[in-house]
Design a protein around this ligand. Structure first.
Ligand SMILES: [Zn+2]
Ligand SMILES: [Zn+2]
Length: 338
């Protein structure tokens, strides 16, 4: 089968690789759609602490079962599959933090989504793989993983239907947070960003959209929510923006450091905001199986305003060009199609 292998930062190669063996409990899935994610783009540009050269990127997979040795799935099933699943049994899992499972690395969809086929091991098939209803496209099913991360992120920030939610960043994740907030019936959503095409999409889902290139964010937030937002999702890796988020949050509000911050970044924190104003600074990373299930069910119900979210569909040969376009913030979501 063909795979797009990550050789080193700035280099990807289309190679032949053996189709993975299907062992007892496994499912073999032909990849019909794999989303290109910010993590893939970052890894391609600068390398990654965990994702080693020689691996195959891509982890937002939807496809068709071509062989199954798992009782829950049969050949021909159309599925969405998460790239990893909490074990349910380690200390972090038992304390209710599946996204922090210490055994995530034990089982993954191999070799990776930028390939013709992936082997889905039993733990993933049991916990983060779901059969698509007829009306759900592979393109949208491939959004289950990023959407699951957003479910986790909004939950960690305590977002409820009564919240005023501020999303900082108009990348695919920031926009998905706004989409999800709509589905949750969140009272009011403001998205701030800098990219015209992405802000256009945001105008279709958010109550207020701020173009941070030309508008003053603090003034816009004050006009929208005079007492401040109840939750702020910081979905751009920017410490100055995080500082502004902490300054803007409502008393009793929460700021979620959703974006992965570069190593060594630190923050001077106004502790009076934390103590007297009870502003919480929290973080979220990845998803747990229940987040994945909720994301999948929202997609399956067709209840999300996603028109125009997938802007590009490219074949496996063009993954590298797609990663470069992602780095240049062109389009919104690119899906690699099988
Ligand atoms: Zn992703
Ligand atoms: Zn665990």
């Amino acid at each position: 089968m063909r795979v797009a292998r990550y050789l080193e930062p700035g280099r990807l190669a289309l190679e032949d690789a053996p189709v993975p063996d299907v062992r007892d409990g496994d499912v073999l899935v032909r990849v019909d759609a794999c989303g290109v994610c910010g993590t893939d783009v970052k890894t391609y540009l600068r390398g990654h602490a965990i994702i080693r050269p020689g691996s195959v990127l891509g982890h937002e997979v939807a496809g068709t079962v071509t062989a199954s040795r798992h009782p829950g799935f049969a050949e021909g099933d159309r599925v969405a599959v998460g790239p990893y699943a909490a074990c349910g049994d380690c200390d972090a899992c038992r304390r209710g933090h599946p996204s922090l499972c210490s055994r995530l690395g034990e089982a993954f969809a191999e070799p990776g989504g930028f390939a013709e086929f992936v082997r889905v091991p039993r733990r993933l098939a049991d916990r983060v793989m779901h059969v698509l209803p007829d009306g759900l496209s592979f393109d949208h099913a491939a959004l289950a993983e990023p959407l699951a991360c957003c479910v986790h992120g909004l939950r960690v920030a305590g977002v409820t239907a009564a919240s005023r939610l501020l999303v900082l960043g108009d990348g695919p994740m920031g926009l998905l947070q706004a989409v999800l907030a709509r589905a949750w019936g969140v009272a009011s959503v403001l998205v701030s960003g800098v990219t015209p095409q992405r802000l256009d999409f945001a105008r279709g889902v958010a109550d207020v959209v701020v173009d941070a290139r030309s508008e003053d964010l603090a003034a816009a937030v004050a006009a929208w929510a005079p007492t401040g937002p109840d939750a702020v999702l910081v979905s751009v890796a920017s410490v100055p923006l995080l500082e502004q988020a902490i300054a803007l949050a409502a008393k009793g509000g929460a700021v979620n450091v959703f974006a992965g911050m570069p190593k060594g970044e630190t923050l001077a924190l106004d502790l009076r905001r934390v103590h007297y104003d009870e502003v919480g600074v929290v973080g979220s990373f990845g998803y747990g199986p229940e987040d994945f299930r909720e994301a999948f069910e929202l997609l399956a119900a067709g209840a999300l305003p996603l028109d125009g979210f997938v802007t590009d569909r490219v074949p496996l040969e063009d993954v590298e060009a797609a990663l470069r376009r992602g780095a240049a913030h062109e389009g919104i979501k690119t899906v690699v199609v099988g």
